[in-house]
Design a protein around this ligand. Structure first.
Ligand code: SF4
Ligand code: FE
Length: 485
């Protein structure tokens, strides 16, 4: 099979026997659950757009493994141009969903595992590269969604994996069998796990020799025995399950959810193991994956930012404030910040280079600068959007009061802005801004901008490592004509 349609994707997820808990209950049908469904719709968009001729160039490409047409989300980047197209595709999807569309984590994991396993095999004569190519060929041939799972719970942040009071706080190998391994532990904050066919697990930090059992990478189907997903709470999440919920949700169709994913003695067959005990390569894998995902944010967050800037501009129109010079200036500032993020995403891609395995990797310094800006600018963009929207964004009566004949007239009459725009449309745009800045989508747009793909300090460590201050000192000495003995 080549590309799946959105409908085929939905049906393929429906067939999985996923073990999901949310709000204290087991969820037997995640596909039609009102809280989880918007999150599936976001991933579905990665399939729907790939079917449309106008997006074919961005959304699809040719596999270097099989020569077949594939969805770009399963691609091994073959050039800097591929890296640029990846960012453009992510901006497009951010614009179409105003949410996290989840499929990038798998794509970023593919590219980092591919280049790293190649180097591990060269040193140790292992079979990881061959194993991984076989897995990725299966993913490409069936157009699968794969959850890239990196972040361990980490327990005491001052202790390494093997020194934790509870040895399971980092995912580890607990048994080696002739036909595979048994793993135990958990991965936290897993976006898209409940919408994925497979999970690709990576270590979360660089490791020392004593952490051998923790240096493990592998993949298994998401409905493998022993896997449990516990869905995270989001601000305003139950609005989605209110009867006839529409206006109050802000973004009725799309969303994203995260899960704590527990691996309770899960079996991994030998052919699905991509790292097992080669501790010195854990750091390489982490650094490469983080680099790709920090590039990704220069696309997805920018696309969501486009929607937020548009919403703020509409709120100003609906309030009759659009001509005020300070409103125009705030929209300019939001645009400036958003396009600066995009410039970083494009720059780290355009400056990409080929790895030893043959796929392309971003410029790591620029990717880290990209993500460091993402930990700040969306907050400022949200602040300006709230400023433009006005306090009514958080004091607005519910749509139930708008629909109640006893109060409808009052809500309609007193919450109107300019006479030519309906109160309902004004409510819709205010609820969208609320959703992006304080509601369910704020997880993906705000807090994820801070912590997703690594918290700010993680980028600062990489910037320090890549910044090459000694070379800059040399430049200064040359200009200042400093001669040393
Ligand atoms: Fe993709 Fe952005 Fe979501 Fe990461 S946060 S999976 S890059 S949409
Ligand atoms: Fe993310």
């Amino acid at each position: 099979m080549a590309l799946m349609t959105g409908e085929q994707y939905e049906e393929s997820i429906r067939k999985l026997k996923l073990n999901i808990y949310m709000l204290g209950e087991k969820i037997d049908n995640p596909v039609d659950d009102p809280i989880l469904r918007p999150s599936l719709n976001s991933v579905k968009m990665t399939y729907d757009l790939a079917q449309q001729a106008e997006y074919e160039d961005l959304m699809t490409t040719t596999s270097n493994l099989t020569g077949e047409k594939i969805n770009r989300f399963t691609n091994l980047h073959q050039s800097s141009e591929d890296l640029v197209k990846k960012v453009k595709m992510q901006r497009l999807l951010g614009q179409k969903t105003a949410a996290c569309f989840q499929r990038c984590v798998g794509m970023d994991a593919f590219n980092s595992v591919y280049s790293t396993t190649y180097e591990v095999d060269k040193q140790y004569k292992t079979n990881y590269f061959k194993n991984f190519k076989k897995f990725l060929t299966y993913v490409q041939d069936n157009d699968l969604t794969v959850d890239g799972a990196m972040t361990d719970p980490k327990g005491d942040r001052g202790l390494s994996p093997s020194k934790q009071a509870d040895p399971d706080l980092y995912l580890r190998v607990v048994e080696i069998r002739p036909d595979g391994i048994i793993v135990r532990g958990a991965k936290a904050h897993q976006t898209g796990m409940c919408n994925s066919h497979e999970v690709l697990v990576l270590p979360t930090i660089a490791m020392r020799p004593e952490d051998k059992e923790y240096a493990v990478a592998f993949s298994v189907p998401t409905d493998t025995e022993g896997i449990t997903m516990i869905i995270g709470r989001q601000s305003c999440d139950t609005r989605k399950s209110e009867k006839d919920a529409d206006i109050d949700v802000g973004n009725k169709v799309f969303g994203g959810v995260e899960a704590l994913v527990v691996f309770d003695d899960v079996f991994v067959p030998n052919e699905r193991i991509f790292l097992n005990g080669e501790t010195e390569y854990a750091g390489m894998l982490v650094e490469r994956f983080a680099g790709y995902h920090r590039q990704s944010y220069g696309g997805c967050k920018v696309g969501v930012g486009d929607v937020l800037i548009g919403a703020a501009a509409l709120a100003a129109d609906y309030n009759g404030a659009a001509r005020a010079s300070h409103i125009k200036d705030k929209l300019i500032e939001m645009t400036h910040l958003n396009e600066t993020l995009y410039a970083c995403g494009i720059a780290c891609s355009a400056e990409g280079h080929q790895t030893k395995a043959g796929n392309y990797e971003i410029n790591l310094l620029l990717a880290n600068v990209c993500k460091q800006n993402i930990t700040r600018f969306p907050y400022e963009i949200v602040r300006l959007a709230e400023d433009i929207a006005g306090g009514v964004m958080v004091t607005l009566p519910s749509e139930k009061d708008y629909n109640n004949p006893a109060t409808r007239e009052y809500v309609d009459k007193y919450l109107v802005g300019v006479a030519s725009v309906s109160t309902e449309n004004r409510m819709r745009i205010l609820r969208l801004i609320e959703n992006l800045s304080l509601g369910t989508a704020a997880v993906g747009y705000r807090t994820e901008s801070m912590h997703g793909a690594g918290s700010p300090q993680a980028q600062r460590i990489m910037i320090a490592r890549q910044g090459n201050i000694p070379a800059k000192k040399k430049l200064a000495k040359a200009i200042a004509r400093i001669k040393e003995e």
